[in-house]
Design a protein around this ligand. Sequence first.
Ligand code: OGA
Ligand code: MN
Length: 218
Amino acid sequence: MMEELEDERLLVKFEQIADRLSEKGYAVVDNFLEPQEVHDLLDVLTHHRDQGTFKKAGIGASDQFQVDKSVRGDYIRWIEPQNALPPTQVFLDRMNEMMRYINRTCFLGLKDYEFHFTEYPVGTVYKRHIDQFKTNDHRKLSFICYLNEGWLPEHGGNLRLYLPQEDGGEETVDILPIAGRLACFRADMIPHEVLVATRPRYSLTGWMLDQLSELTFL
Ligand code: OGA
Ligand code: MN
């Protein structure tokens, strides 16, 4: 019974996400992760960080890779699905179910996904950008799942989306990175940025692709 309720609860969220993605090109859903799931994922993130496996993130695909702290200040650790710890596996399984749900309703031909753990140290940002690489357009949807317990508006760190309007203008939407919240949007259409925060800002960030992931873990 509990499991059925849980499945039902998730289905409602998948449905909200798929509907809003196709209507507006983006979606925000709260309590996508339970507080306990957030807590367990934060423990995993801390474990990886203590092991020194976070790396300064860069900009561009491998052949045009650049690191510029004033443009992008986060540290990341890609998830290796084969070696994922149990809380990470639960998260990946959920994303897999969501990908299947979205494929049944949105016809984006999604085939795979790739995610990393992310930390934005205090004072860092990611300036306005689009997630699709110029040389590689296989990222169809972007997802960010926030892990920030007790986050308040005064801590900053909003995700700001710039939504293209029919009249050629732009509308902005600010999304606070609160624990358990999932934000997603069309990777090819929506410019966005990460605003500066007064606390370290944690998340799982990833993409759904229309081909198999080409990440290699050396
Ligand atoms: C990104 C990104 C947004 C966020 O990693 O490409 O835009 O809210 N992240 O962390
Ligand atoms: Mn981005």
